[in-house]
Design a protein around this ligand. Structure first.
Ligand code: COA
Length: 296
């Protein structure tokens, strides 16, 4: 029943800013805490007998002791967690199944190309998972070249790359292209000299769906098969996401070239002054990884 009010309530003032927390009501917070801790690889932010909280993605996951107002189980709403890549879904299902959970609904592909699936945990809750569509990586063919040149123009402001005082033209690099169905969704370009291979560019579009990781993994595999022992790449001081990605995959920082981007800008004025995260674009960082387990 609506309450009588003397003044109108302005919904525009509410301004919902997105979701902040997903709460699962569970009969046993301790057991659920261990389950979620193993699933996310994280320790809880808050760990109390009846309430436990984890940081997950951009938000928070809370485990709350089930009570009459919030019983365990599913009552219509399901939170869907986004997975980094499609293969992770099969792993997630198996992980739940080996811990007393089960696949409940799906997987199926939605009209947006994402694969959706619900699994139940051993406490009766539903976990929705959304996984991006699969990606196939292939060596670049002649017919990929115009697209690649266009990608460089859009992503890198031209058909050349200038760094470490060297110059690469898009027509002179090897490339791997990522495909999703009939669409090209990313590329890695590189040059090989003897036993060293250099990653010239890595792009994913859309970002955050495992395409960059897939391209990098395939590049490393191909390079190992060609007898390459040292992988190297140059990134810039603003590119914190790329720095995280490479370092998590075993690349180590081997050199800092202060103000090198400012010098490259003389050759290529289209290099912007400000890069990712609003950071001034100034310096180059060189990373390297040895294949075969040796030190970089
Ligand atoms: C860098 C780039 C190629 C990465 O490709 P991607 O497909 O977006 O990356 P992935 O989805 O494979 O994710 C890689 C990692 O970044 C994380 N990540 C992806 N998007 C993220 C985001 N928006 N916020 C935080 N982390 C994110 C993923 O969780 C993943 O983490 P992991 O290392 O623990 O697995 C892509 O972001 C891109 O095209 N950037 C612009 C071009 C560029 O800067 N290239 C690098 C030049 S050296």
């Amino acid at each position: 029943m609506a309450h009588e009010r003397s003044h109108p309530v302005d919904a525009a003032a509410i301004r919902i800013r997105g979701w902040a927390d997903v709460t699962y009501f569970v009969p046993d917070v301790r057991a659920a805490r261990d389950f979620v801790s193993q699933l996310t690889g994280r320790a809880p932010l808050l760990d109390e007998v009846n309430l436990c909280q984890f940081a997950v993605g951009d938000g928070r996951l809370t485990l709350h002791r089930a009570d009459p107002q919030g019983p365990a189980g599913v009552a219509g709403q399901v939170a869907y967690w986004r997975l980094g890549e499609v293969d992770a879904l099969a792993t997630a299902i198996e992980w739940f199944e080996t811990r007393g959970g089960h696949r409940y609904r799906g997987p199926m592909t939605g009209p947006d190309g994402w694969t959706v699936c619900q699994v139940r945990d051993p406490f009766g809750n539903a976990w929705g998972f959304l996984a991006p569509a699969p990606v196939d990586v292939r060596g670049a063919q002649a017919e990929d070249r115009p697209w690649l040149a266009d990608l460089w123009r859009r992503a890198w402001g031209g058909e050349t790359q200038e760094y470490q005082g060297t110059h690469h033209h898009v027509t002179q690099v090897d490339a791997l292209v990522a495909w999703r169905g009939e669409a090209r969704v990313g590329a890695a370009t590189f040059v090989v000299a003897g036993r060293t291979a250099e990653l010239v560019t890595l792009n994913a579009d859309p970002r955050g769906q495992g395409i960059g990781s897939r391209l990098l993994a395939r590049w490393e595999q191909d390079m190992a098969a060609r007898g390459v022992t040292r992988l190297t790449l140059t990134t810039t001081n603003d590119n914190l996401d790329a720095l995280a990605l490479y370092q998590r995959r075993g690349y180590r920082l081997v050199r800092l070239n202060p103000e090198a981007v400012m010098r490259a800008r003389i050759q290529k004025p289209s290099i912007p002054l400000t890069g990712e995260h609003g950071i001034p674009l100034r310096d180059e960082l060189v990373l390297a990884k040895h294949l075969g387990g040796a030190e970089a």
